[in-house]
Every structure is written in C-alpha cells, then in structure tokens.
Design a protein around this ligand. Structure first.
Ligand code: IPD
Ligand code: CA
Ligand code: CA
Length: 281
C-alpha cells in the first residue's frame, strides 16, 4: 500500500473511533443533570462520559492497531520514550469537559496518530455542531469533505486571535495577563472558547488567524497541530521552538504572517517579571 493510502486508512480508522466516542458524548448531553463528575485538580474535571468515551475509542483502536503505544488523557496519560518511537495514538476523548458539563456547545473528540513522534493523521470532531476536521501528513486538511486553509489576513488589527486561559497554577496568571494586554492592544478581537483542539481547528479553517495557550497536554494539541500545518499554517511553542506532541507544552499557531507576529508580541511578557501591584492608598 502506498504511504498516502496507508495514512488514508489510518484516518478512516480514527474517524470511526471518534464517531463512536461522539455518540456517547451526545447521549450524555441529553441527560446532563444526571452525570457524575469529579475534580482532578483546580478547574480540571472528569466525568463518567469522558471515561466511557475513552473506553469506546480504545475498544475500536486497540484490536485494529495491535501493540500500538497509547497516550490517552484518562487511562494512559504518561508514557515514556516509546511515544517517540514507531506509532503512537494520542487521544482526548472529550476536549472541553467544563463546557460539556455546563451545556456550553463547544467540545470535541480529538485523536492524532504519531509516527516517530510526528503527527501523520488527525481527526477533531466538534460534537454539538457535528463538524469534522481531518488531516493526513502531505494530504491536506479538510472540514467535512472540503479542503481548508489558514486565513490570508496579514494586518494584526484585522485579526481574530484564539487563546486558552491558565487555570491550573495561579502563578501563571500575572504573566498571562501581560500577554493578553499586549495582544488585545494590537488586534481586532480575542476569544477563549474552551477546547484547545477546536481552537487549533479554527486556525486551520481560517476562523482564527492565530492562537496561543501557555500550558497544554499532548492530547489537547497532537491532532490540531497537524490540521494547522496541513492547512498551510505554522505551529511552535510560545517561545518559537518546535512543538513536541508527546510532551506537555505551550502552543502557538497561526497563519504564516500572524504566527511570527504573535510570537513577537508574547515574547517580552514571558521573560519579564510579573508586575508589582501597588497597595491601595
Ligand atoms: C482543556 C481544554 C481547554 C484548555 C485546557 C485543557 P479538557 O481540555 O482544551 O481549552 O484551556 O488547558 O485542559 O480538560 O477539557 O480535556
Ligand atoms: Ca483537553
Ligand atoms: Ca479531555
């Protein structure tokens, strides 16, 4: 089988698994008040729906990909160097759990496949909108059956920027506020929808011109980063280093003009101390 056909078959497989997961999430959305959910840490929740969705995805993928390394948020969240060798499937069964639990219609299933540490196939399903974002390495990015491309906006003052707020460690907030004020001062608008995989899909589809978040896990961005690059965009850490989808990382994505612009905007606040707030007079 040619390499593109092999990646196409892989994409069909992960898309089927993501659809099976989405069916569980949809059923859960219809009985929201009865769902059991627990805290994993500050602002970080897991529900029975996250767990059952991940089980359903793995039940499809494990027999089809025997021996594959799995990096999955709820059941296999830490793997060693083997994630960078051979094939690794990276799964976020429900990205945007907080949105889901509140009936805020912005959440997704995200599955990426890595080969030797680099994404080769990706699917992100926007569950409430039933919108499918897919990509294969060298095969382009798609929304449904239509090819998609990053935006052509080059003037920051016309740009719409996506972001994610820091919530796990309060020490992340002051430097982030500095970043936010510098970005807000230079663009048309900033949005925080609350599901990183969909934020990256929005960059790929040209809806956001760029996106940044300072602390994400591999399952939040392994699929989305391939959507962006296959749509003609750039991805990196916020510092501009190569993005490693096997490690927690900051993420910066955008079209080829707005990516470097945003990197420049974010650079100074990250490396300067937090502002001293004067005491009340
Ligand atoms: C979260 C979402 C959110 C981002 C968080 C992620 P989860 O994923 O992607 O947008 O800001 O950092 O943890 O926990 O809903 O799968
Ligand atoms: Ca997530
Ligand atoms: Ca999740």
């Amino acid at each position: 089988m040619g390499i593109q056909r092999e990646r196409g078959a892989l994409l069909d497989l992960i898309t089927g698994a993501a659809e099976a997961g989405a069916a569980i999430i949809r059923a859960g959305a219809s009985r929201l008040g009865t769902i059991d959910w627990q805290s994993k840490g500050p602002g970080d929740f897991v529900s029975e729906v996250d767990l059952r969705t991940e089980e359903a995805i793995l039940a499809r993928l494990r027999p089809a990909l025997p021996g594959v390394t799995v990096l999955a948020e709820e059941s296999a969240s830490s793997v060693g160097a083997e994630a960078r060798r051979g094939r690794c499937v990276v799964i976020d069964p429900l990205d945007g759990t907080t949105n889901f639990l509140h009936g805020f219609p912005e959440y997704a299933v995200s599955i990426g496949v890595l080969e030797d540490g680099a994404p080769v196939a990706a699917v992100v399903l926007h569950v409430p909108r039933d919108e499918r974002f897919t990509a294969t390495l060298g095969g382009g990015a798609f929304v449904g059956d239509r090819p998609c491309h990053v935006s052509t906006i080059t003037d920051p003052q016309r740009a719409l920027i996506g972001t994610g707020f820091p919530f796990k460690d309060p020490h992340d907030i002051p430097p982030y506020q500095l970043q936010m004020s510098r970005v807000m001062a230079g663009v048309s608008g900033v949005r925080r929808p609350g599901a990183a995989s969909l934020d990256l899909a929005s960059v790929a589809a040209g809806r956001f011109d760029a996106f940044w978040e300072t602390r994400l896990s591999p399952w939040d961005f392994a699929a989305g980063m391939l959507l962006v690059t296959e749509a003609g965009g750039l991805v990196s850490t916020v510092d501009g280093d190569p993005l490693d989808p096997t490690q927690p990382s900051s993420v910066l994505a955008g079209n080829p003009v707005l990516h470097p612009w945003l990197r420049e905007r974010l650079y100074d606040p990250l490396h300067s101390p937090a502002p001293v707030v004067p005491p009340p007079a």
